[in-house]
Structure formats: C-alpha cells, structure tokens
Design a protein around this ligand. Structure first.
Ligand code: DP6
Length: 334
C-alpha cells in the first residue's frame, strides 16, 4: 500500500479537488513521548511495531499558513527566513503536499512559525506534519475527523499522528496493512501540575535521522527483541499512573522507557548514540537530585536534549538546579 492510496481512500471524491479558500492558517503542538515509538512494520506508511503514548506541549509547536500563489513553484519560509527548495526540509514538505494536489494544481506560499528548535530532537517533524494536515483541511474545507487527520499526518512522520490533540495521546499501533486503525486518540485525563522542562543541550540538527536510526536498530540490535514487551508493560503502567495521578510511577516509567530505547540503539551496529557528554552529566545530576529527595525525571528522544518531568510544586527547586530550562505546563490552558 502506498501513501497516495491512503490519501485517496480518506479523501474519496474530494481527492485532488481545488482549494476552496485562497489562504488558511493553523497551529499544532509538538508532543513528547512518555512511551516511545521506535521501530516500524511498514516504512512507507510509518506503521509502528508497538503502540506509544505522548503528552502534547500546549503552546510549543508550529503555526503554518498556506496561501495559493500564481508562481511555478512553492515558496517556503521558516520563521521568516526563506528556505531553498533544494533543502531536504523543503523536499520532504513538498513531497508531502504533492500527495494532496494534482501535478498541474497551483503552488503555495508556505509560512511556518515554529517556537521549537528544528531537528534538535524536540519532535519538530511531529508538529510540522500535523499542522500541514490541519491547514490543508481548512484550505480545501475537507472537514476531516481528527482520526482521519491523524492517519494523514502519520504519512509524513509517525510521531505526527499524536500531535492533533492536546494533553495525553495514545497511538494504537493497529494491525491493518493500510494503517486505517493506526492513529492517535486522546486520553481524557488532565494533570494541571505536570511540568516539562526543555533542557536544550545542543540545538544543532542531528547527524542521523530518527527514521534511519530506528531502521538500523530494528535490523541489527539483539536487544530490540525485548522492546515490544517493555512497551506493553510501560504503556499499562503509564495509563494507570495517569489515571491515579501517581507521578513517581509516571516519571520512573517514562525515564526507564527512554533509556531502554537508547540501549537498543547502543546495541545496534553500527552503534547509534545521540547523547553528548553534557547529556550524561545532566542525567547524573537528575539521579543525584533524586537521591537527595527531589522528584525529577527525564526523557530523551533522538537527540542530545533532555526533557525533565516534575510537578509544579518542585518548579523552584528544579529551575534552581537547571537554570536554562524552558518550562511548559501541558495542561495549562493559557
Ligand atoms: C524518538 O516520528 O520522527 O521521537 O516516522 O520516521 O518520521 P518517522 O520518525 P519520527 O520518530 C520519532 C521517534 C522518537 C520517539 C517518539 O516520538 O515516539
């Protein structure tokens, strides 16, 4: 099954029709996985080997505006800077847009405003593709359900299928070969005290994409066999922790899940390591603080940065120790 087949199925008779409006704008939050998506059963459709669970980061994400232009090509700008069409960033974006428009259809001006560092392991592709689907839905007036939008966003990047909702989101892996049952769904629980500290260690683009890294892990890591079992346990524990507001279990499970994912990468060949010396130093610091009684945990994605997890009551103690973190409260409605 190809991406275009999925698009055709979801859009049905609206497939490749013309935009209804000249311009549209939308926002999507980025999300941080507490139980990671790592490994695919289908690399074309980004269908995962396991389910995963994330929390969206409220106002942290991407605001994107599409405007139909009368030029022969798309014009892309990111945070008010024009991006070359030959750039890998532009190519991925245009390839995705081309799933939704005929070859002869008009091109777009694409303006993206992102308030997270691109490709620094802060899940920028997640909100990037989710917001594109949202804005296309508006421009073409498709009125797709969030589930349908989640399926389309997944075609751009797996983790994007979790960025259509605020709060906790579970991505059910599904079993269908066309992925119609593999999409995000919101968990109803709210947790106003939950805090995430973005600890940026290096905001430079990563050397190896998560796409290639997870493929290399699945193909070569002996430890990967243990991963689906770990995920099953972690998902169950996280869901209980969320419904009982048991922060120690949530923190412990998320941290252990991230470390287990990175262990599968270290045991891949060639080995994959996203951590820098400063990453390890910060991990040591978190562990030391916990020994001293502070309830702070971390999670880490495909980059050197950490996301600290703690409760609002410990905000002062955590920011005293990590002065450069940016704190996001996922359930803060502001
Ligand atoms: C470590 O969603 O970026 O952030 O589907 O190939 O685009 P593709 O991968 P991507 O991988 C995200 C990996 C992760 C874990 C997660 O967000 O669940």
């Amino acid at each position: 099954v190809k991406k275009i087949d999925v698009v055709r199925k979801i859009l049905a008779d609206r497939f490749q029709q013309s935009p209804v409006y000249q311009t549209a704008e939308a926002f999507a939050p980025t999300n941080i996985a507490l139980c990671k998506y790592w490994g695919k059963r289908d690399t074309e459709l980004n269908l995962p080997l396991t389910s995963s669970l994330s929390v969206s980061l409220a106002h942290k994400g991407a605001l994107t505006r599409l405007t139909v232009n009368d030029l022969a090509c798309d014009v892309i700008s990111l945070n008010n800077q024009k991006i070359k069409l030959s750039d890998i960033f532009s190519q991925k974006l245009i390839e995705f847009l081309n799933l939704f428009r005929a070859e002869t259809a008009p091109k777009f001006n694409i303006n993206i405003d992102s308030n997270i560092p691109i490709a620094a392991g802060l899940a920028s592709s997640a909100c990037g593709f989710a917001v594109l689907v949202r804005v296309l839905d508006k421009l073409y007036d498709w009125q797709l359900s969030l589930t349908q939008q989640s399926i389309l966003a997944r075609l751009g990047s797996g983790s994007a299928c979790r960025s259509l909702w605020d709060g906790f989101v579970e991505w059910e892996m599904g079993v269908a070969s066309d992925g119609m049952d593999s999409h995000g769904q919101a968990l109803p629980a709210k947790w106003p005290e939950l805090s995430v500290g973005l600890h940026v260690i290096a905001a430079t683009p990563k050397k190896l994409s998560s796409r290639l890294a997870m493929q290399q892990t699945v193909l070569t890591s002996q430890l990967y066999q243990a991963w689906p079992q770990q995920v099953k346990m972690d998902l169950a524990n996280l869901k209980t922790a969320i419904s009982e507001k048991d922060f120690l279990t949530l923190g412990k499970t998320a941290e252990n899940n991230a470390l287990a994912m990175h262990a599968t990468m270290l045991s891949a060949w060639p080995p994959i390591q996203y951590s820098l010396p400063e990453t390890h130093a910060s991990m040591d610091k978190v562990w030391q603080l916990r020994r001293e009684g502070l309830n702070v945990f971390f999670t880490q994605d495909a980059g050197p940065n950490l996301k600290l997890l703690f409760l609002a009551q410990d905000l002062k103690a955590v920011t005293e120790q990590f002065s450069n973190i940016e704190v996001v409260m996922p359930f803060d409605s502001k």
